[in-house]
Design a protein around this ligand. Sequence first.
Ligand code: PMV
Length: 308
Amino acid sequence: MVAATAPGKLILFGEHAVVFGEPAVSVAIDLRTEVFARPFDRWKVDGSDLGNRRYVYVKEALARVWEGGPLWLEIRSAIPIGSGLGSSAAVSVAVLSALLKMRGGFDVEKIAREAFEVEHTVQGRASPIDTTTSANGGGILVLTEQGRNFLWAIEKGQRRWFLHSWKAPKLTFVIGYTGINAPTGPLVERVRRFAESDSRGMNAVREIGKISLEGLEALKVDDLVKAGELMTRNHQLLNFLGVGHPALDRLIEAARSSSLGAKLTGAGGGGSMISLTERIEDTISAIQRAGGKAYAVTVDQRGTEVQG
Ligand code: PMV
């Protein structure tokens, strides 16, 4: 039996803009997905067969790297599905890690590349930020060219993303989950249509890219007030791009008085918001009073890991 685990992620700055190649900043968090795998006489995932739509990422991962016989797989995840915390990336990374370990070829860069292809195929469009963050752990920075602490470049069509690590401090964020499950693909498509047909859309995308770089600098020098302001500005631009939701704004408004800043995280359209706060309990209570599910998560340096 092989066991693999991979973390979820938070995008601190730059979601959606990163699909256009703009800079973005993310961190791995201490919520993980676990996958157990062993050879079996027929295919089984969590006791059911592979045909179930829930397992579309698993099937795509198998199609990409598995040439062996049938497997028994079990998937356990602490990352809420469709909540903007990278649940699909973590499943893809953990499944690929288990498969490559069984094949004798566990390699973090290969896992990050294959997991991006899985997400891209299933969603139709994606950036490699979620999958690289889950594979590598810690802080990830996406840039338009190669800089310091470069990990790897990933290409698709005309796009090329340069992935870097950055030394993320052990920050705690409060997550507010709206309870609304919003699939990423259609939201990414909505932003594409807006940005490609209206220069105001593309300007917002570019401005988000600039905010990502400023936000990273603020975090590096521990200027959390500045980082918080930039998060709030980033959220306004995401709203302008059409990926906000009234439920997100309700939770962000509730968190405002106890937070340094707040924004949606991930694809939006529901899903989750994050608050940068030094008053964790107050922020959790405020979000709960506004109808959200709230909890604290901490930056995790660990990426994918395998045993067995
Ligand atoms: O909601 P998530 O965790 O799938 O994050 C999506 C992030 C986007 O920038 C919207 C898409 C992407 O692939 O980068």
